[in-house]
Structure formats: structure tokens, C-alpha cells
Design a protein around this ligand. Structure first.
Ligand code: ADP
Length: 238
């Protein structure tokens, strides 16, 4: 069974439809990149996945034992308060909150899990440091460790490399690729089609024309070919 089945989905704000008739499935271990023009509805789709917005029509079904509160989420940098007055350890631990019902204390297991994910992201030396003092790349590692506390199965990332320099961007992509190799399903919004084509197994292109399929199918599709040509043209003129 698929991890996520999207059927006949229409999304938007109030009754204004942004996207309609979306149909696709995501399986355990997939690496899905969501691409498309600015304003096409990528973030709105992510919010609908997370249950922060109701669909206008259609449904999102979770299968393969996935519970909606087992989704790790790494929001856009712009949505993160970078002067948030908390330590790295506290931010990572807060990823466990989705599992605890009205508890204010963390269990020993949750503390061990946070430690394990801090180590996995290579940020043990920053554990007691204030989040606000970190670089952009370090902050993203902290937020990935936090997302890993929420899930062992699937992580949603919204533009995870926005504002990072090329070396840190490349490290971040490798880290995400490693998580995927360890079996974690990845759904990532990306402006960077080059990266999408390097690492993704599947592409969802949303906009005037919508496409869902494997990376190979995308490269052979009209939607994919036109979008890639536009992106290359844009990069040449930038
Ligand atoms: P993307 O992530 O692809 O850039 P968004 O999902 O952010 O696109 O936005 C899709 C459309 O929804 C845009 O036209 C945007 O103006 C509109 N939109 C985004 N957030 C809201 C909101 N909170 N209320 C009403 N419209 C919104």
C-alpha cells in the first residue's frame, strides 16, 4: 500500500481553487521533488499534507501504518523566527511534542532520541548553544534533527537550501540524500531543478500544466522539457 494517496484533490484558500484534480501516490522510500513557478501552490499543498489546511475537494489518505502526527516538517527559512530564544537541544527536543499528549516533560527515550539525531546531524558541539547564534546551514541541521524526532518515516521540506551558500547547499542536499538512503521518504519543495533531477526519484510539477511521474518520465515530458528550457534561459540571463 502507498504511504500517501492523493485523489481528486483540489486545494486553495476559502473557495478560491489554486490547484485541482491532483492524483498521485507516494511510496515508502520515494524522494519526491515538487517544482513549479512561484505562486503555483507548492507551499499550500505542503500545508494541506500537514493537515494545516482542509482540501477544497478530494482527499489525502495515509497508508502503510503512517499516522498524520508522524510527519517531520522543515519549514521555509522565512517562517522560522531566527532569534528564537532557545538552545539547540530544546529546539530538537520539541520535535517530540507531536507524540506527547498534553505533557510538559520529555521522557528519557525522547531525550535519547534527540541526542541521537543531534549526533546524526553532526551538531553535538552546538547542543547547548542558542539557536539565534547559529549560521543558516547550522540552523537547517538543527531543524532536520528536530524533524527526525517527529518521524522515522517521512520528512517534508520547504525550500531547505534557500539563502545558503553553494558549499552548505551541497552538504544539505547530501544529508537529505543520506536520510533517503536510510529509508526515510522525502517530499521536498525546490526551486533548484538541477538538484531535483540529481536526487529525486519522482517529480511533481504543479502549475498551469501538472505532471507527476518518475524523474525519467519528467525529462521526456513536454511539461518537463519546457520548464527546464525556461530555467536554463533564466539562469543564462541572471
Ligand atoms: P508557492 O509555494 O508555489 O510559491 P503558495 O502555495 O505560497 O505558492 O501560493 C499559491 C497561491 O496562493 C498564490 O497565489 C498566493 O498568493 C496564494 N496564497 C498563499 N497564501 C495565502 C493565504 N494565506 N491566503 C490567501 N491566499 C494565499
Amino acid at each position: 500500500m502507498a504511504l500517501i494517496t492523493v485523489s481528486n484533490l483540489s486545494i486553495g484558500y476559502d473557495s478560491r481553487e489554486i490547484l485541482k484534480d491532483l492524483d498521485f501516490q507516494i511510496h515508502m522510500g520515494d524522494y519526491l521533488c515538487i517544482v513549479g513557478e512561484n505562486g503555483s501552490g507548492k507551499t499550500t499543498l505542503m500545508k494541506t499534507f500537514l493537515g494545516l489546511k482542509d482540501p477544497i475537494d478530494g482527499q489525502i489518505l495515509f497508508g502503510d501504518g503512517l499516522h498524520p502526527n508522524e510527519i517531520g516538517y522543515l519549514p521555509q527559512q522565512t517562517l522560522i523566527q531566527s532569534d528564537f530564544p532557545a538552545s539547540v537541544k530544546e529546539i530538537v527536543l520539541s520535535g517530540c511534542l507531536g507524540h506527547s499528549k498534553n505533557r510538559i516533560f520529555y521522557t528519557k527515550e525522547e531525550r535519547l532520541l534527540a541526542d541521537k539525531n543531534i549526533k546524526k546531524m553532526g551538531i553535538s558541539h552546538l547542543k547547548n548553544q542558542s539557536f539565534s547564534t547559529l549560521s543558516g546551514g547550522q540552523k537547517q541541521r538543527v531543524l532536520l534533527a528536530r524533524a527526525l524526532c517527529a518521524t522515522k518515516k517521512i520528512i517534508l521540506l520547504d525550500e531547505p537550501v534557500a539563502g545558503l551558500d553553494p558549499r552548505v547547499t551541497s552538504d544539505m542536499y547530501k544529508l537529505i540524500h543520506d536520510l533517503n538512503k536510510q529509508g526515510i521518504t522525502i517530499i521536498m519543495i525546490s526551486h533548484d531543478v538541477g538538484c531535483a533531477l540529481k536526487y529525486a526519484s519522482h517529480i511533481l510539477h504543479i502549475g498551469e500544466n501538472t505532471f507527476f511521474g518518475t524523474k525519467k518520465e519528467y525529462l521526456q515530458s513536454n511539461v518537463g522539457r519546457i520548464f527546464l528550457a525556461e530555467q536554463e534561459e533564466y539562469a543564462r540571463n541572471a
